[in-house]
Design a protein around this ligand. Structure first.
Ligand SMILES: Cc1ncc(COP(=O)(O)O)c(C=O)c1O
Length: 261
Protein backbone atom coordinates (compact mmCIF):
# COMPACT_ATOMS: atom_id res chain seq x y z
CA UNK A 1 0.00 0.00 0.00
CA UNK A 2 1.43 3.43 -0.94
CA UNK A 3 2.51 5.57 2.02
CA UNK A 4 0.97 9.08 1.69
CA UNK A 5 3.48 11.91 1.42
CA UNK A 6 1.48 13.89 3.97
CA UNK A 7 -1.83 13.90 5.79
CA UNK A 8 -3.23 17.32 6.64
CA UNK A 9 -4.02 17.59 10.34
CA UNK A 10 -7.50 18.90 11.20
CA UNK A 11 -8.29 20.41 14.58
CA UNK A 12 -12.05 19.76 14.31
CA UNK A 13 -12.99 23.46 14.43
CA UNK A 14 -12.52 24.16 10.71
CA UNK A 15 -16.16 23.53 9.70
CA UNK A 16 -17.47 25.46 12.70
CA UNK A 17 -15.56 28.60 11.72
CA UNK A 18 -16.37 28.20 8.04
CA UNK A 19 -20.05 28.01 9.04
CA UNK A 20 -19.56 31.22 11.07
CA UNK A 21 -18.04 32.93 8.04
CA UNK A 22 -20.96 31.78 5.87
CA UNK A 23 -23.53 32.94 8.41
CA UNK A 24 -21.87 36.35 8.69
CA UNK A 25 -22.73 37.05 5.06
CA UNK A 26 -19.14 38.20 4.39
CA UNK A 27 -17.19 35.58 2.48
CA UNK A 28 -14.81 37.61 0.29
CA UNK A 29 -11.42 38.61 1.71
CA UNK A 30 -10.27 40.78 4.62
CA UNK A 31 -13.17 40.10 6.99
CA UNK A 32 -13.12 39.10 10.66
CA UNK A 33 -11.21 35.83 10.21
CA UNK A 34 -8.53 37.31 7.94
CA UNK A 35 -7.94 40.10 10.48
CA UNK A 36 -7.76 37.60 13.37
CA UNK A 37 -5.15 35.51 11.53
CA UNK A 38 -3.06 38.53 10.53
CA UNK A 39 -3.01 40.08 13.99
CA UNK A 40 -2.22 36.67 15.55
CA UNK A 41 1.03 36.58 13.56
CA UNK A 42 1.85 40.24 14.17
CA UNK A 43 1.43 39.82 17.94
CA UNK A 44 3.03 36.40 18.37
CA UNK A 45 6.08 36.98 16.18
CA UNK A 46 6.38 40.78 16.20
CA UNK A 47 6.08 41.10 12.42
CA UNK A 48 5.40 44.69 11.40
CA UNK A 49 2.55 43.80 8.99
CA UNK A 50 1.03 40.53 7.80
CA UNK A 51 -1.20 40.13 4.75
CA UNK A 52 -2.82 36.78 4.01
CA UNK A 53 -2.40 35.65 0.42
CA UNK A 54 -3.77 32.77 -1.64
CA UNK A 55 -0.37 31.01 -1.57
CA UNK A 56 3.28 31.47 -0.74
CA UNK A 57 3.87 31.67 -4.50
CA UNK A 58 1.61 34.74 -4.59
CA UNK A 59 3.37 36.25 -1.59
CA UNK A 60 6.71 35.81 -3.41
CA UNK A 61 5.25 37.50 -6.50
CA UNK A 62 4.14 40.40 -4.31
CA UNK A 63 7.62 40.63 -2.77
CA UNK A 64 9.11 40.72 -6.25
CA UNK A 65 6.84 43.62 -7.29
CA UNK A 66 7.53 45.45 -4.01
CA UNK A 67 11.29 45.10 -4.54
CA UNK A 68 10.69 46.71 -7.94
CA UNK A 69 12.42 43.88 -9.78
CA UNK A 70 12.92 44.77 -13.44
CA UNK A 71 14.36 43.24 -16.62
CA UNK A 72 18.06 42.54 -16.11
CA UNK A 73 18.12 42.76 -12.32
CA UNK A 74 19.97 39.92 -10.62
CA UNK A 75 18.52 38.03 -7.69
CA UNK A 76 20.68 35.67 -5.62
CA UNK A 77 18.99 32.58 -4.19
CA UNK A 78 19.79 28.96 -3.31
CA UNK A 79 19.75 26.39 -6.13
CA UNK A 80 18.02 23.93 -3.80
CA UNK A 81 14.45 25.19 -3.41
CA UNK A 82 10.91 24.90 -4.75
CA UNK A 83 10.23 26.43 -8.19
CA UNK A 84 8.15 29.33 -6.86
CA UNK A 85 11.18 31.00 -5.27
CA UNK A 86 12.69 31.57 -8.72
CA UNK A 87 9.48 31.91 -10.76
CA UNK A 88 8.30 34.97 -8.84
CA UNK A 89 11.41 36.93 -9.89
CA UNK A 90 11.66 35.46 -13.41
CA UNK A 91 8.14 36.76 -14.04
CA UNK A 92 9.44 40.31 -13.55
CA UNK A 93 12.44 39.78 -15.83
CA UNK A 94 15.13 39.03 -13.28
CA UNK A 95 18.18 36.89 -13.91
CA UNK A 96 18.47 34.27 -11.18
CA UNK A 97 21.95 33.76 -9.72
CA UNK A 98 22.03 30.46 -7.89
CA UNK A 99 24.24 29.77 -4.89
CA UNK A 100 24.97 26.26 -3.64
CA UNK A 101 23.74 24.78 -0.40
CA UNK A 102 25.83 24.44 2.72
CA UNK A 103 27.54 21.10 3.29
CA UNK A 104 25.62 20.41 6.51
CA UNK A 105 22.08 21.44 5.46
CA UNK A 106 20.10 22.43 2.33
CA UNK A 107 20.14 26.19 3.09
CA UNK A 108 22.13 28.70 1.05
CA UNK A 109 25.88 28.67 1.72
CA UNK A 110 26.16 32.20 3.07
CA UNK A 111 29.89 32.37 2.37
CA UNK A 112 29.20 32.25 -1.41
CA UNK A 113 26.84 35.20 -1.52
CA UNK A 114 29.28 38.11 -1.52
CA UNK A 115 31.25 36.78 -4.51
CA UNK A 116 28.00 36.59 -6.55
CA UNK A 117 27.08 40.26 -6.06
CA UNK A 118 27.45 42.55 -9.10
CA UNK A 119 26.28 46.06 -9.95
CA UNK A 120 23.02 44.45 -11.18
CA UNK A 121 22.20 42.60 -7.97
CA UNK A 122 18.92 43.79 -6.47
CA UNK A 123 17.96 41.19 -3.89
CA UNK A 124 19.03 38.18 -1.88
CA UNK A 125 16.34 35.56 -1.33
CA UNK A 126 17.00 32.98 1.37
CA UNK A 127 14.99 29.80 1.89
CA UNK A 128 14.73 28.35 5.38
CA UNK A 129 14.52 24.86 3.98
CA UNK A 130 12.48 22.41 6.10
CA UNK A 131 12.35 25.08 8.80
CA UNK A 132 16.16 25.14 9.17
CA UNK A 133 17.29 28.73 9.69
CA UNK A 134 19.81 30.28 7.31
CA UNK A 135 22.65 32.23 8.93
CA UNK A 136 20.64 35.43 9.17
CA UNK A 137 23.22 37.58 11.01
CA UNK A 138 25.79 36.92 8.30
CA UNK A 139 23.32 37.36 5.41
CA UNK A 140 21.63 40.45 6.85
CA UNK A 141 25.05 42.12 7.19
CA UNK A 142 25.74 41.51 3.51
CA UNK A 143 22.33 42.87 2.47
CA UNK A 144 22.91 46.03 4.51
CA UNK A 145 26.52 46.45 3.26
CA UNK A 146 25.41 46.30 -0.41
CA UNK A 147 22.00 47.93 0.08
CA UNK A 148 20.10 44.90 -1.26
CA UNK A 149 16.59 43.71 -0.59
CA UNK A 150 16.52 40.74 1.76
CA UNK A 151 13.59 38.38 1.24
CA UNK A 152 12.95 35.27 3.34
CA UNK A 153 11.12 32.41 1.66
CA UNK A 154 9.84 30.89 4.88
CA UNK A 155 7.27 28.63 3.17
CA UNK A 156 8.36 25.71 5.32
CA UNK A 157 9.40 27.66 8.40
CA UNK A 158 6.39 28.64 10.44
CA UNK A 159 7.14 29.07 14.14
CA UNK A 160 10.88 28.55 13.60
CA UNK A 161 13.65 30.64 15.09
CA UNK A 162 17.21 31.88 14.58
CA UNK A 163 18.93 32.88 17.84
CA UNK A 164 15.47 33.03 19.49
CA UNK A 165 14.21 35.49 16.88
CA UNK A 166 11.34 34.30 14.65
CA UNK A 167 12.17 33.49 11.05
CA UNK A 168 10.32 35.93 8.84
CA UNK A 169 11.37 38.90 10.98
CA UNK A 170 14.79 39.51 9.36
CA UNK A 171 14.00 40.41 5.74
CA UNK A 172 12.30 43.43 4.23
CA UNK A 173 9.73 40.81 3.25
CA UNK A 174 9.04 37.20 4.20
CA UNK A 175 6.65 34.67 2.70
CA UNK A 176 4.93 31.66 4.27
CA UNK A 177 2.85 28.78 2.92
CA UNK A 178 -0.29 27.16 4.32
CA UNK A 179 -0.39 24.54 1.59
CA UNK A 180 -1.75 21.14 2.63
CA UNK A 181 1.80 19.81 3.08
CA UNK A 182 2.75 22.43 5.71
CA UNK A 183 2.39 22.22 9.52
CA UNK A 184 -0.38 24.83 9.53
CA UNK A 185 -2.68 24.61 6.53
CA UNK A 186 -5.85 25.89 4.92
CA UNK A 187 -5.57 23.77 1.78
CA UNK A 188 -3.94 26.43 -0.36
CA UNK A 189 -2.84 29.65 1.31
CA UNK A 190 0.03 31.85 2.34
CA UNK A 191 1.06 35.17 3.79
CA UNK A 192 3.36 38.06 3.13
CA UNK A 193 5.22 39.64 6.04
CA UNK A 194 6.35 43.24 5.58
CA UNK A 195 8.93 44.30 8.13
CA UNK A 196 9.73 47.70 6.65
CA UNK A 197 6.84 50.08 7.24
CA UNK A 198 7.40 52.07 4.07
CA UNK A 199 6.22 49.16 1.88
CA UNK A 200 2.94 48.45 3.69
CA UNK A 201 0.67 50.79 1.75
CA UNK A 202 1.96 49.64 -1.64
CA UNK A 203 1.64 45.99 -0.56
CA UNK A 204 -2.04 46.55 0.25
CA UNK A 205 -2.55 48.11 -3.18
CA UNK A 206 -0.73 45.34 -5.09
CA UNK A 207 -2.76 42.71 -3.21
CA UNK A 208 -6.05 44.42 -4.19
CA UNK A 209 -5.58 44.36 -7.97
CA UNK A 210 -3.56 47.59 -7.96
CA UNK A 211 -6.36 49.60 -6.31
CA UNK A 212 -6.50 51.55 -3.05
CA UNK A 213 -9.57 49.59 -2.00
CA UNK A 214 -8.08 48.76 1.44
CA UNK A 215 -7.84 52.47 2.25
CA UNK A 216 -11.45 52.84 1.09
CA UNK A 217 -12.64 49.92 3.26
CA UNK A 218 -10.74 51.40 6.23
CA UNK A 219 -12.61 54.69 5.73
CA UNK A 220 -9.61 56.81 4.68
CA UNK A 221 -10.97 57.73 1.22
CA UNK A 222 -14.52 57.93 -0.17
CA UNK A 223 -13.96 55.90 -3.36
CA UNK A 224 -11.24 53.64 -4.66
CA UNK A 225 -9.22 53.79 -7.87
CA UNK A 226 -6.77 51.81 -9.97
CA UNK A 227 -3.38 53.33 -9.13
CA UNK A 228 -0.65 50.67 -9.52
CA UNK A 229 0.08 47.20 -10.87
CA UNK A 230 -1.33 44.34 -8.86
CA UNK A 231 -3.35 41.18 -8.89
CA UNK A 232 -5.93 39.32 -6.84
CA UNK A 233 -3.73 38.04 -4.03
CA UNK A 234 -6.14 37.90 -1.09
CA UNK A 235 -7.90 34.75 0.09
CA UNK A 236 -11.60 34.48 0.92
CA UNK A 237 -12.98 34.47 4.45
CA UNK A 238 -13.78 30.77 4.00
CA UNK A 239 -10.06 30.05 3.68
CA UNK A 240 -9.21 32.41 6.56
CA UNK A 241 -11.83 30.72 8.81
CA UNK A 242 -10.17 27.35 8.15
CA UNK A 243 -6.77 28.87 8.89
CA UNK A 244 -8.00 30.41 12.16
CA UNK A 245 -9.05 26.96 13.40
CA UNK A 246 -5.48 25.82 12.80
CA UNK A 247 -3.81 28.86 14.34
CA UNK A 248 -5.76 28.46 17.57
CA UNK A 249 -4.06 25.06 17.89
CA UNK A 250 -0.63 26.07 16.55
CA UNK A 251 1.23 25.12 19.71
CA UNK A 252 -0.44 21.67 19.89
CA UNK A 253 0.19 21.05 16.20
CA UNK A 254 3.85 21.99 16.57
CA UNK A 255 4.18 19.65 19.56
CA UNK A 256 2.58 16.79 17.64
CA UNK A 257 4.97 17.37 14.72
CA UNK A 258 8.04 17.46 16.95
CA UNK A 259 6.95 14.18 18.58
CA UNK A 260 7.01 12.45 15.18
CA UNK A 261 10.79 12.38 15.04
C1 LIG B 1 10.50 26.87 -0.35
C2 LIG B 1 9.12 27.01 -0.93
N1 LIG B 1 8.76 28.18 -1.51
C3 LIG B 1 7.53 28.36 -2.02
C4 LIG B 1 6.59 27.35 -1.99
C5 LIG B 1 5.25 27.59 -2.60
O1 LIG B 1 4.22 27.54 -1.64
P1 LIG B 1 2.69 27.54 -2.10
O2 LIG B 1 2.35 26.14 -2.46
O3 LIG B 1 1.94 28.01 -0.87
O4 LIG B 1 2.55 28.49 -3.22
C6 LIG B 1 6.91 26.11 -1.41
C7 LIG B 1 5.93 25.03 -1.39
O5 LIG B 1 6.14 23.97 -0.93
C8 LIG B 1 8.21 25.93 -0.87
O6 LIG B 1 8.57 24.78 -0.32
Amino acid sequence: MPIPFNKPYLTGKELLYIQEALSSGKISGDGVFSKKCQSYFEKKYGYKKVLLTTSCTDALEMASILADIKEGDEVIMPSYTFVSTANAFILRGAKIIFADSRKDNPCIDETQIESLITSKTKAIVVVHYAGIACDMDYIKNISVKYNLFLIEDAAQAIDSYYNNKPLGSFGHFATFSFHETKNITCGEGGMLVINDEKYIERAEIIREKGTNRTQFLNGFIDKYNWIDVGSSFLPSEITAAFLWAQLESLEDIQKKNSNLG
